[in-house]
Design a protein around this ligand. Structure first.
Ligand code: SF4
Length: 497
């Protein structure tokens, strides 16, 4: 087996998008977000003082998923939590990767100075009945997205030389990117993974898998997400995220990191002094791959840790993919993968290599319709393929990358886009800081957590393996598709922001 991970060369090839001009999105009815914007509460105003842009964004995003439109998400969640236990719903929360490193800043400490266990304990003291980890949702996302990527690659190889399966595949876990896609790049919708984000996957699992396991009616569960992101509120509002039945939302409310910090302080829950708490099971175990979702390049790195093994049947020799780490706005690399001899993938790659001359002749004649697989190579005669990947953070960088791809200036097979600079560690719901290095420090804290994880690949998470065995079936199978995948709406679903 040979593995080469190296900086890629940007080559001038025909644009895969230009060749897909014939694509016309199927008509899909437009949905509009329910409810109206709301004024930030006194708590919110205090948190956001001196940041008028943030006030506007939060006000627009703070429409409600499951309650009166005039009450922001965090307030609805607290109102439910504060009811007597025998009169309230079962209160369940999940915590995103980037929250666990930034929440310490709300208490005047450096990123990562408090532990995930202390955070779990704080949420239990706040009154939640169960505390789950969005890392579990991230691992599920990798299982589904990695499998989807492999299917797209296989399908492309099988359809050689003029297949219709669209590559490159784009990640889908960032609602800021999805909003840009739907509004400005609707023709690219078929290229975007159909996977829900980790937040929404975990919400769907709580209201189906967990509800079934524990014998709780989904309607009696209040699911609250603690997120670094104001966009996650709009995502939770999407009308079709009701996996357990019409009108029963997978995620009822979203609280940002900053809001949680203020709530904990207001209730005298001093996070830095708390003992280590436990996460609840079966949705409270996550891998290091799930942790790195919290920063730019992390989704790509996590996906490659699993996709590489699915193709080669060997573990990725170097887990820390430095080529997609760091703060550069656009990063790119190549990963060489050699499927084992005799495998279906090896056969397909060999067939692809044999047909390459035909492709090249067609391309030179200008007749080629699709070239998504043209970059696969059988270098060194080992029937390997080379996956070209790119990572962009910040919408400006995303637009630059898309422009280059559309013009044919560069070409990739798999692309991660996160809307916020530095990814979720720099999300709009994170604490404000005058430290220009704050996102880099949060990123390092994320990498430290990954390094300390005993499980660092999503597919090795035993809780995920159990869920597929007992409930979901195969990754990308019918049940997984029904619960863990979504669709996009040309033009978008939001009327504000
Ligand atoms: S990158 Fe920003 S908009 Fe996208 S999911 Fe993360 S915090 Fe939200």
């Amino acid at each position: 087996m040979q593995t080469i991970i190296a900086q890629s060369h940007v080559s001038a090839r025909p644009s895969v998008f230009a060749q897909q001009d014939a694509y016309k999105p199927a008509p899909i009815p437009c949905y509009f977000r329910r409810g109206a914007s709301t004024s930030p509460s006194a708590l919110g105003r205090a948190q956001l003082a001196g940041n008028p842009t943030r006030v506007i964004v939060v006000a627009a995003a703070a429409t409600t998923a499951a309650g009166p439109a005039s009450i922001p998400h965090w307030k609805q969640a607290i109102n439910e939590l504060d009811k007597p236990r025998d009169q309230r719903k079962v209160m369940i929360c999940q915590v995103a990767p980037a929250v666990r490193v930034a929440i310490a800043e709300c208490f005047g400490l450096a990123p990562g100075a408090t532990t995930p266990g202390q955070l779990a304990e704080s949420l239990r003291r706040l009154g939640f009945d169960m505390v789950f980890d969005t890392l579990y949702g991230a691992d599920l996302t990798i299982m589904e997205e990695g499998t989807e990527l492999i299917h797209r690659l296989q399908s492309s190889l099988e359809a050689n030389p003029h297949g219709e399966e669209p590559l490159p595949m784009f990640t889908s876990c960032c609602p800021g990117w999805v909003a840009l896609l739907e509004k400005s790049y609707p023709d690219l919708i078929p290229y975007v993974s159909s996977c829900k984000s980790p937040q929404m996957m975990l919400g769907a699992m709580v209201k189906t898998y967990l509800a079934e396991k524990r014998g709780i009616s989904p309607n009696d569960i209040c699911m609250v997400s603690i997120m670094p992101c104001v966009r996650k509120q709009g995502e939770a509002d999407r009308d079709w995220f009701c996996s357990s039945g019409a009108g029963v939302r997978d995620v009822d409310h979203v609280i940002t990191t900053t809001e949680l910090g203020s709530i904990l302080k207001e209730r005298n829950i001093n996070l830095p002094e708390l003992p280590e708490g436990d996460w609840d099971q079966p949705l409270g175990t996550g891998s290091g791959a799930g942790v790195i979702f919290g920063t730019t390049g992390g989704v790509m790195e996590a996906a490659l840790r699993t996709a590489y093994e699915l193709v080669t049947k060997q573990p990725l020799p170097r887990l820390n993919l430095s080529e997609v780490r760091g703060m550069d706005g656009i990063k790119e690399t190549e990963v060489k993968m050699v499927p084992p001899a005799g495998s279906k993938f090896a056969e397909l790659v060999a067939a692809r290599a044999a047909a390459k001359a035909v492709d090249e002749a067609a391309a030179s004649a200008g007749a080629i319709k699709w070239d998504g697989g043209a970059g696969f190579s059988n270098d060194e005669g080992a029937n390997g393929l080379t996956l070209r990947v790119a990572v962009a953070n910040g919408l400006g960088n995303a637009k630059k990358l898309l422009t280059k791809m559309q013009s044919g200036e560069c070409k990739y097979d798999f692309v991660e886009i996160m809307a916020c600079p530095a990814g979720c560690v720099g999300g709009g719901g994170q604490p404000r800081s005058s430290d220009k290095q704050i996102t880099a420090k949060r990123q390092q804290a994320i990498y430290n957590l990954d390094e300390r994880s005993t499980i660092r690949r999503s597919h090795e998470n035993p809780a995920i393996q159990t869920a597929y065995q007992d409930f979901l079936g195969e990754p990308n199978g019918p049940k997984a598709h029904e619960l863990l995948h979504t669709h996009y709406v040309p033009g978008g679903v939001e009327t504000s922001e």
